[in-house]
Design a binder for this molecule. Sequence first.
Ligand code: ZN
Length: 496
Amino acid sequence: MTPRVSKVWTSCYSEAFLSSVEVQVLLRNGLPRFDIIGLPKNMIREGKDRIYSALSHLGIELPSKKILVNLNPADRPKEGSHFDLPILIGILKCLGHLSSGENDKDFYWGELQLDGNIRPLEDHLAHLLFAHQARASRLLLSQDKAELDSLQSFLSPRIQNIRNVADIFMCPSSPSLVVKASNSMDRVTRQWLDEDATNAKWSQLLGSSEQFLFWSLVSLGRHHVLVEGPPGVGKSSWCQALGELQRPLPPHLWWSRYQFQSRQKCRELKDLWNPPFEAPHHSSSRAAIIGGGHAQVLAGSMTRAHLGILFLDELPEYHRDLLEALREPLESKSITIARRGLSQQLPADMQLLAAMNPCGCGYYQSKKTCHCVPGEMYRYRQRVSEPLRDRFHWKVYWKYEAQKPLPEYKLCKLRDRLISAERQPPAPLGHLYLPTRLSARQQRLWLDKLSIYSRWKHCSEIGPTEVREFEDFSAQIEGLDKGHEAISIKRMEGER
Ligand SMILES: [Zn+2]
C-alpha cells in the first residue's frame, strides 16, 4: 500500500545557523488544492507552479486530492528556492512513483526550472557538509571512496534534469559523503603545496630575510600583530600575503566555517579547506564586523574570519566602539549577540592583523618631514586604546629598508617549511616564547635564535650546546624584557 505521508529532508538557514527541515507530504481526500505550511516565505510558495510544471514534464497527473506539505519544525521561518526538489520528491514518493526505506534520511536541494532542468544550490557545499553532519542516508550524490579526485565529481549534483530523478533511487544504499580525514588531508596539503607562485600577492612581495622569518613564525603561531610604519613600507601587502601562508583546514573543521549564516558562499571545493581572510573596510558598520542585524542575527566579518585571519587596515580609522568590541572576542574566541530576547553565540577564533600609520600624516620618524603637532599625534594614537594594543602579541614598527624579492622565500618553499615545521614533534625545549615589546635590535636577535630553536629547523639539528645557548639567551632576553608578558608559540595539540 502506498504510504500516505512521505518524508524527505533539506536544510536552510534560520536564526544565523544552518538547520535541517523535514518536508512532510500528505495526500488526502478533499477538493484539489496544494498547500505549503510551516512558515514558508514567498520564494517557497511560488515553487508550487514550478512543481506542477515538473510533474507535467514527467507525465504524471495529480489525482484530484488535497496535497498538504508541512515544513517541520513549523515554528521557524524558512526561505530558499531549493525547496522545490524536496517537495517534488516528497510528492512522487507519496504517489508511489519513488520509494525508499522507512528510516532513510534523504537530503535534497534544487530549484526546478520550467524546462525540467534543476538549478543547483549556489553554496551547495555548505549544505552537503551539514547533511553529512546530520547523518544523511542519501545526498543526491554518489559514492564513495573519499579520494579527493572523486570528491569533485561527487560534490557536484548528480542529476541535472528531473527526468533522471529516479536514478537516485537505483542504488538504494548509496553511501553518504564520507570524507576520510587522513586520506583527503594528505591530498589537500599536496594540492596546496603545488598551488605556487602564480599568486599575484606573493610574487610582488619585497622584504628582508628577517621579515620573511618573522611572518612565517607569526603564521605558525597565529599571533595577533599590529604593524606601524609610514606609508609605502609594505604593511598591508605583507598582512594580505599572510593569507596565503595559512595551512589548509583539516576535514573536521570544514564544517565550522559554514554553519552560520553569512554572505560567504562555499562554491568551490577548495573553499572547504582554505582558511578565510577577511579585510573589512574601515567604513563598515558595527553589525558588519561584529555581527548582528535587525530581524535575525547575521555573522559579521569577525565570525567569517573564524579559523582564519581578520585584517584591519588603517586601524585608527575604525569606529572606537567597534575596536573596543574586538577585545573580548580576542580572548574568548567567540561572541554572544543578543536580539529580541534571543542570544546567539557565534564563533570568532581569528588571528587579528592590523596596520596603522604612526601619526595622522603618516611620516613620523621617517625620511619625510612629519607635519603633525604633538596634540594631533596624541589624539591619533589614542584612537587605538591601550587595552586593545595589549591584545596584540607583537607590535612592530617598520621603517624604510632596502627591500628586495628573496628567491629563497618563494611561496611554495615557505609553505613546505611551514608544513614540515608543524608536523615535527615539539622541540626538546618544550616550548618557546615570543616575547613582546622588544626593541628592533632585540627582535632581530630573537628571530635569529628562534629560527634555530623553533621547529623551523629539524629537531636533529638541535644539540645540547644549542639547548644551553638557548637557555642563556632566554635568561638574557627575559632580563631585558622584565615584567612583560611572554607568549608561548607552542602550538597546542588540537588547538586548530
Ligand atoms: Zn605626522
